[in-house]
Design a protein around this ligand. Structure first.
Ligand code: HPA
Length: 273
C-alpha cells in the first residue's frame, strides 16, 4: 500500500464528509464495538467501501468508520479492526492508521480486550497502557520505508503519551472509575496463551496480554501521532484460575468493562478533542 493509496482513501472520505475532520480518533476493540452507538451525528463509512482497508473477519468487530461527535466533541470512531491473526499481511495493517493520519488526526486512542496478569485487575476492569512489548513476531513497518510517513528507525521510547494518559487518569478519578495501568504484551494469536507463556510474560513485567493494538501504535508513532490506550480486562490470563478461556467470555466481560469505558472516553473526548 503506497503513500498515494493512503492519500486517495483519505481524499474519498474528505469528499464524502461534509464538515471539519476531527483531530482525535478512537479504535474500538473486541466487545467494545457498541460504544460507537454513542457517536452523535455520525457519517458512517463501511471498511468495505474504503479502498485499501483490510476487512475484519471476527464476530464482534463491525468494520465501520464513524465521523461524528462524542459527548459533543468531534471524534472519528473506528468500530472494529483487522488483526494479524486473520492473515492480513503486516504492512496492510498500517493502512487504516495512515489514513487517519492523512485525514489530519493527531491523537489516537486505542482500546482492546485483554487478559490480565495482575491479580488486582480482574475481569470487567480497565487498564491504561503505559508501555508495550511486541511479542507478535510481526511489525507493520517492515518493508521499504516511505519517509513521507516517517523515519526508517522510529524512536518508541515514548510510544504511549504520558500527558494523554494522565488526562485519562484524571477523567477516571473524576468519574470514580478504577483505572489500572501497566505494560501490554501483544501475542500473535489466534490461540490464547499457555500457562507457561503467561508465567514467562509475568517475569518480564507484563500486566495484560492481547492480540492487537501494538501495530496501530507503531504506525501512529511512525507518522507522529500521539497515542494513548486502554485495555478492557475480560479475563485472568491462562493458568491464573482453574478455568479455560473462551471468546464468549471475552465478549461478556468486554460488555461490562464497556460501561465504564464509555463514560471514560466521553469525559476524555470533552477534555481533549
Ligand atoms: N489473551 C490474549 N488475548 C486476549 C485475552 C487473553 O487472555 N483476553 C482477551 N483477549
Amino acid at each position: 500500500m503506497s503513500y498515494d493509496d493512503v492519500q486517495a482513501c483519505a481524499q474519498l472520505i474528505k469528499d464524502k464528509f461534509d464538515g471539519t475532520i476531527p483531530k482525535m480518533a478512537m479504535v474500538l476493540g473486541s466487545g467494545l464495538n457498541d460504544l460507537a452507538d454513542s457517536v452523535e451525528d455520525a457519517t458512517v463509512f463501511s471498511y468495505a467501501d474504503l479502498p485499501g482497508f483490510p476487512k475484519p473477519t471476527v464476530a464482534g468487530h463491525a468494520g465501520r468508520m464513524l465521523i461524528g461527535k462524542l459527548a459533543g466533541s468531534p471524534v472519528i470512531c473506528m468500530q472494529g479492526r483487522a488483526h494479524a491473526y486473520e492473515g492480513h499481511p503486516p504492512s496492510t495493517l498500517a493502512f487504516s492508521t495512515r489514513v487517519l493520519w492523512a485525514l489530519g488526526v493527531e491523537i489516537l486512542v486505542l482500546t482492546n480486550a485483554a487478559g490480565s496478569l495482575d491479580e488486582k485487575a480482574g475481569p470487567g476492569s480497565l487498564m491504561a497502557i503505559t508501555d508495550h512489548i511486541n511479542f507478535s513476531g510481526i511489525n507493520p513497518l517492515v518493508g521499504l520505508n516511505d519517509e513521507r510517513f516517517g523515519p526508517r528507525f522510529p524512536d518508541v521510547t515514548a510510544a504511549w503519551d504520558k500527558a494523554l494518559t494522565k488526562t485519562l487518569e484524571g477523567c477516571a478519578a473524576d468519574l470514580d472509575i478504577e483505572l489500572h495501568h501497566g505494560t501490554y504484551l501483544m501475542a500473535l494469536g489466534p490461540n490464547f496463551e499457555t500457562p507457561a507463556e503467561i508465567r514467562a510474560f509475568r517475569s518480564w513485567g507484563v500486566n495484560a496480554v492481547g492480540m492487537s493494538t501494538v501495530p496501530e501504535c507503531l504506525v501512529a508513532r511512525h507518522c507522529g501521532m500521539r497515542v494513548c490506550g486502554i485495555s478492557s480486562i475480560t479475563n485472568y490470563a491462562a493458568g491464573m484460575t482453574g478455568e479455560e478461556l473462551t471468546h464468549h467470555e471475552t465478549m461478556e466481560y468486554g460488555a461490562i468493562a464497556a460501561v465504564n469505558l464509555d463514560k471514560l472516553l466521553r469525559a476524555f473526548a470533552s477534555k481533549v478533542a
